[in-house]
Design a protein around this ligand. Structure first.
Ligand SMILES: NC(=O)c1ccc[n+]([C@@H]2O[C@H](COP(=O)([O-])OP(=O)(O)OC[C@H]3O[C@@H](n4cnc5c(N)ncnc54)[C@H](OP(=O)(O)O)[C@@H]3O)[C@@H](O)[C@H]2O)c1
Length: 325
């Protein structure tokens, strides 16, 4: 089955998504939405969508649209996802789905009520590298410590330093490092270890009021996970999961490709993850895997228990981190 998407948002991520739909072979884009009619038409032509449209209601009531890909700014996700779900469309919504677990629960309830799929586009969760980590985890012995890291200095930080208002650093549109990169460490933390019992947090704020970096400490019985995220610094350090029998070193938590298991007292073993779908034009690499996962869910007609629980769990972790910070 091929899912017929409408897209909302005309930035780079929607271009990457269009490439990912082609790579996946499981979806097409019927309509590209922009608030500006001309941009909608131009953008549709650029990404190979069937048509461009500026009237959102017309998009959401179109008979040739099965699903909506929401890639608007974070502050518009709830409104766009709610409208699409209410119109009976499946929704793939960019991360973070919304800002709180309560808001997420409301949208998941609406989706379940309408009998459609709502999936947070947490690309790393559907990546084969994450599946490989899940498989390797039991070989580490009792896991005691984890350092999950997503540190990437944003090129747009220079503009912030020059006094410009930039969306991804602007709290008024839901910008900031926690909701941008922090979600990439919160999600696998819940995915791999479940929801923590304790959460402490130390965010670093810019004068704009946006958080720019921070560390969350998630406590479990016998295990502590440190989640580090930053948009203003750079790092050469990988992520790591330390068990009593071995340590797992992960090259990149949002797109794991090289996984090195370092057992106590024996030689390290490197696992190279086959990311075959990465080989094509999709510059963000692993977006295509989430398109495949979404198409599978739409096709199965089953409620996505696992992804829903992960999104809600990660949202509760972030709620707790914000309350603690
Ligand atoms: N998965 C990933 O790897 C990844 C990477 C980057 C970003 N993202 C996510 O993608 C989403 C978009 O991020 P972005 O940085 O691309 O956002 P952005 O540039 O601020 O906005 C994206 C587009 O949304 C449209 N839009 C619709 N309603 C809007 C509104 N009320 N206000 C402003 N724009 C509106 C605009 O297109 P029109 O003006 O044409 O309507 C705009 O170009 C975010 O949720 C972000 O977290 C994900």
């Amino acid at each position: 089955m091929s899912v017929r998407f409408a897209t909302i948002g005309t930035s780079v991520i929607t271009r990457n998504f269009a490439a990912a739909t082609r790579l996946s072979g499981r979806a097409t884009i019927t309509v590209a939405h922009s608030r500006d009619r001309l941009r909608a038409q131009q953008f549709a032509a650029e990404i190979g969508a069937g048509r461009g449209e500026s009237d959102l209601e017309a998009v959401l009531s179109a008979a040739d649209v099965d699903a909506v890909y929401v890639a608007s700014p974070n502050t518009a996700h709830a409104e766009h996802a709610r409208a699409a779900l209410a119109a009976g469309k499946h929704v793939l919504c960019e991360k973070p789905l919304v800002f709180t677990a309560a808001q997420a629960q409301e949208l998941f309830d609406l989706a379940r009520d309408r009998g459609v799929v709502l999936l947070e586009a947490m690309r790393s969760a559907f990546d084969p590298g994450m599946a490989a980590i899940r498989e390797l985890l039991p070989t580490l012995g009792p896991v005691r410590l984890a350092n999950l890291r997503y540190v990437q200095r944003s090129s747009r930080y220079e503009r912030v330093l020059a006094g410009e208002r930039v969306n991804i650093f602007d709290p008024a549109v839901g910008g900031g490092a926690l909701f941008d990169l922090g979600v990439y460490v919160a999600s696998p933390c819940v995915d791999l270890f479940g929801e923590p019992q304790t959460v402490t947090s130390a965010p670093i704020e810019l004068p704009t009021g946006a958080d720019a970096a921070g560390v969350i400490v998630a406590g479990y019985p016998g295990l502590v996970a440190t989640l580090t995220y930053s948009k203003i610094t750079a790092s050469a350090l990988p992520s790591e999961i330390q068990g009593e029998a071995a340590t797992l070193v992960i090259d990149h938590i949002s797109r794991p490709r090289r996984l090195r298991v370092e057992p106590l007292g024996s030689e390290p073993v490197e696992h190279v993850v086959d990311g075959t779908l990465d080989a094509g034009e999709d510059v963000d690499g692993n977006l295509a895997y989430e398109v495949v996962a979404f198409a599978d869910l739409v096709e199965s007609g089953q409620w996505p228990e696992g992804p829903t629980a992960r999104s809600l769990g990660a949202a509760r972790l972030i709620d707790a981190a914000r309350a603690a910070g």
